[in-house]
Design a protein around this ligand. Structure first.
Ligand SMILES: *[C@@H]1O[C@H](CO)[C@@H](O)[C@H](O)[C@H]1NC(C)=O
Ligand SMILES: *[C@@H]1O[C@H](CO)[C@@H](O)[C@H](O)[C@H]1NC(C)=O
Ligand SMILES: *[C@@H]1O[C@H](CO)[C@@H](O)[C@H](O)[C@H]1NC(C)=O
Ligand SMILES: *[C@@H]1O[C@H](CO)[C@@H](O)[C@H](O)[C@H]1NC(C)=O
Length: 509
């Protein structure tokens, strides 16, 4: 693969993003001061905020009305030393509280946002203002991890990584472009371009010569976004490509028992329940179960689809407290990563999957599903989803919203360079910036809508800017939160999923 293609890839990529999230204006502050009584209203308020976080993370030249007054243009020279890239690396999104653009979690985030738009287009249409459409650890050299500077003031080298291998990165980006191509259905030229990019990336991912994990041994990536395997991206990429193109060859791949076996064990494990940027098995199984439930599946694949459906059903059971397949905090938060860092991103993803599955069931006219011999209604799943999102929004022992700017009590020492340094025209150097990271004072800038890492397994949380695992927001975390909130809101003339939009490229059943 030539660098020329890589350049095209980035260009397509940033086009997707530029089209995607138009500036979102915050709602009037009145409506946000306290938890509204009406749950659906509260989810809508939170959704507006959660989307605003993506504006705060923008890199490159910002639109005039970006909705985040303390952010400005930044990273305008990104990639300028690479002749073939020609400015194609300017733009995009900073991943978290650092000023790095990691494409692996970014692609996952974009796929999740696309997915939620495809399932619930009517709800997005109903929302005002939203249009649907690296560094070395312990380095001696100044860089993104050893400096604490606003992105607008960055004055250290910004190394660019080019991938010549990496099935998981290519597979995830294929999923992102394929899902975006469905979102952009109403623009056939653009949609075709996205499919072309997705197919090329997926071919790269499947190339036997390129099957080296993208993060392994890379000191710029492995400590931050290590990928533990690429078979889940095969399932995920193939599934989205099937939906994007209608080509059965992708469906055969996504239901290939060998690939399924390599990706998981075809028996339930935590891996089939815990969706994250590093594990797309639950989401792939969910989407393939959707084929089984709401479309006429290809005959030869019926057996394996039944297996996928069973696993998905079982994963839904695993979210229910009585089964105790996961621990729960006393305050009611499911412990999907056993008190590890960034606990809430897993919870938000699980809430999305649960409510989505409830919607799939309801769309088939089913009242529920079985866990062993016991029947549970869809309401059980909806209660799980809303209980977890309510916890995130403040119904927890600390009465603290983990989404910044939501309700009247939220963290204000968020681990975030731009939010923690005043935006007053004064520039702080690489090391001077640390006085802001280590300051006991609240952040001078409120990063509206950012869902931070989250509490520990005892429902405790230290509002301490230095602790990334609890005080840092990420794109992937917010993308899952957005998906869950969209799923839980009502409005736009229907609460359930749009049955057909996802199937629009497939032949009529
Ligand atoms: C709650 O808010 C939603 C969205 O604004 C609205 O459709 C619904 O009727 C409200 N429910 C109640 C009980 O007020
Ligand atoms: C990254 O994941 C691989 C595979 O699971 C593992 O062998 C490696 O130790 C991980 N690296 C880090 C830094 O955790
Ligand atoms: C629950 O937590 C305990 C204590 O930390 C641990 O030993 C156990 O493995 C956890 N159970 C599950 C299902 O994760
Ligand atoms: C569930 O399905 C019924 C019947 O098709 C429909 O009227 C209702 O709106 C659906 N509810 C949700 C929350 O999707």
């Amino acid at each position: 693969m030539s660098l020329g293609f890589m350049a095209l890839k980035w260009a397509i990529w940033f086009m997707v993003i530029a089209h995607w999230i138009k500036p979102v204006r915050p709602l009037s502050t009145n409506s946000a001061q306290s938890l509204p009584k009406n749950r659906s209203d509260s989810y809508t308020v939170a959704l507006h905020k959660a989307l605003l976080f993506f504006n705060a993370q923008k890199s490159g030249k910002l639109p005039k009305d970006n909705g985040v007054p303390w952010r400005g243009d930044s990273g305008l020279l990104d990639g300028s030393k690479l002749k073939d890239v020609k400015g194609g690396l300017v733009g995009g999104y900073y991943d978290s509280g650092e000023n790095t653009k990691f494409h692996f979690p970014l692609a996952f985030s974009m796929t999740m946002l696309s997915w939620s738009m495809i399932e619930y287009p009517h709800k997005y249409h109903a929302i005002n203002d939203v249009k649907v459409g690296g560094a070395y650890e312990n380095s001696k050299v100044p860089d993104d991890f050893s400096c604490w500077e606003r992105p607008e003031d960055m004055d250290y080298p910004r190394p660019v990584q080019t991938s010549y291998a990496g099935p998981e990165l290519a597979g995830e980006m294929a999923a992102a472009l394929a899902s975006a191509s469905i979102v952009f259905n109403d623009n056939p030229t653009y949609s075709k371009k996205l499919i072309k990019g997705a197919e090329a990336l997926f071919a790269f991912a499947r190339d036997p010569q390129k099957r080296r994990p993208y993060s392994r041994g890379n000191p710029l990536i492995e400590p931050y976004y290590n990928s533990t395997g690429y078979y889940d991206e095969y399932l995920w990429g193939a599934t989205w490509l099937y939906y994007a193109t209608g080509n059965v060859k992708y469906f055969m791949l996504a239901t290939n028992p060998g690939i399924a076996k390599n990706a998981m064990t075809l028996r339930w494990s935590k891996k089939t329940s815990i969706l994250s940027w590093d594990n797309k098995i639950p989401s792939s199984l969910m989407l393939l179960t959707r084929v089984k439930m709401l479309y006429t599946p290809v005959k030869s694949s019926e057996n394996i689809l039944s297996e996928y459906q069973k696993l998905t059903g079982f994963s839904m059971c695993s979210y229910l407290k009585p089964f105790h397949l996961f621990n729960w905090s006393k305050g009611g938060l499911i412990q999907l990563n056993d008190g590890g860092p960034h606990s809430l991103q897993y919870v938000a993803n699980a809430a999305f999957l649960a409510n989505l599955f409830a919607d799939y069931l309801n769309a088939t006219g089913s009242k529920g599903w079985f866990c062993g011999t016991k029947f549970f209604t869809v309401a059980t799943l909806r209660d799980f989803a809303s209980s977890q999102i309510d916890y995130i929004l403040g119904r927890n022992p600390l009465k603290l919203s983990y989404v910044v700017g939501y309700s009247n009590k939220y963290p204000n020492h968020v681990h975030h360079r731009a939010a923690s340094i005043p935006s007053n025209g004064q520039k702080y150097s690489c090391k001077e910036g640390y006085k802001w990271r280590d300051s006991m004072k609240p952040n001078p800038n409120t990063i509206e809508g950012a869902m931070i890492g989250g509490p520990d397994r005892f429902d405790q949380f230290d509002d301490d800017r230095r602790i990334r695992g609890s005080a840092e927001p990420t794109l992937a975390g917010n993308a899952g939160l957005v998906a869950a909130l969209v799923s839980l809101t009502s409005g736009g003339g229907g609460n359930g999923v749009d049955k057909n939009f996802l199937f629009s490229k497939l032949p009529p059943p």
